[in-house]
Design a binder for this molecule. Sequence first.
Ligand SMILES: C[S@@+](CC[C@H](N)C(=O)[O-])C[C@H]1O[C@@H](n2cnc3c(N)ncnc32)[C@H](O)[C@@H]1O
Length: 225
Amino acid sequence: MAMFKRFFQTLKFKAMARQLRKPGGTVGNKVGLMMNKANEFLYDCTINTMQLTCNDKLLEIGFGNGKFFDKLFAAAPGLHVTGLDFSHTMINAAKENNQLSINEGRLMIAQGSSDQMPFADNSFDKIFCINVIYFWDEPHLHLQEIGRVLKPGGRFFATIRTKESMELMPFTKYGFTKYNENEWNELVEQNQFSFEKAVQINEPEVEFEGKPFRVWSLCLVAEKK
Ligand SMILES: C[S@@+](CC[C@H](N)C(=O)[O-])C[C@H]1O[C@@H](n2cnc3c(N)ncnc32)[C@H](O)[C@@H]1O
C-alpha cells in the first residue's frame, strides 16, 4: 500500500514539475493562477530592485499568465516592455490579461525560448525573469543569448528561491536546477557577465498542499561586460 502511495505521489510531483516548467491546457491556466498567488511578492521586490526608468527597454522572460505587467507600468510610466514565454497557454492568457497595454503599443508579447530569442542584438536595457532559471538545462546557452540581446552595460535580474528553500518542496526533485549565490556568480562570470549583487528577499510564508512554508529568495543581479 505504501509503495502505491509513493508511486502516485511521484507521478503527481512529476506532473506538477512539468506544468511549472511549461504550463499547458486547462491545468496550465490553473497553475498560472496559483503562481500569481505564490509569487506576487517576488514581483514587487524584483521591480523595486530594477529601479526602472521611463526610457528603459525591458524584457521579461517566462511571464506566466502575465498578470503583473501592469506593476511594471505603474513603476515607470512610459516604459516599453517585451515579454517572452515558450508556453502557448501562457501566451494566450497573457494576451487576454493585457489587451489594453498591447493595443496601446507599450507591451509586446512573443513566443519563444530564451536560448533562441526573436530579438535583434543590443535590444534591451534590462532583462528579468522570476522562477525561470531552474528550467535551463544548458544555462550557458540562455546566458549567451541574453548577453546578445542586452545592450552593453545592461543588467540581467534573475529572481529565484534559494537552493535550501527549493529542497523543501518535493516536486523540485524533477527537472529543477537549484542555485545558491556562489554557483550563479560563477556561472554568469563564465558567460560574459559581471556578477553585481544578490538582493535578499524576505518573503511571507507560502502555502504548498495546505501547509505553510517559510522560504527565502534572491534577486541575482549581473551586468553585461
Ligand atoms: C514557474 S513559471 C514562473 C512564472 C512567473 N514568472 C512567476 O514567477 O510566477 C515559469 C515560466 O517560464 C516559462 N519558461 C520556462 N522556461 C522558458 C524558456 N526557456 N524560455 C521561455 N519561457 C520559459 C514557462 O512557460 C512559465 O511560464
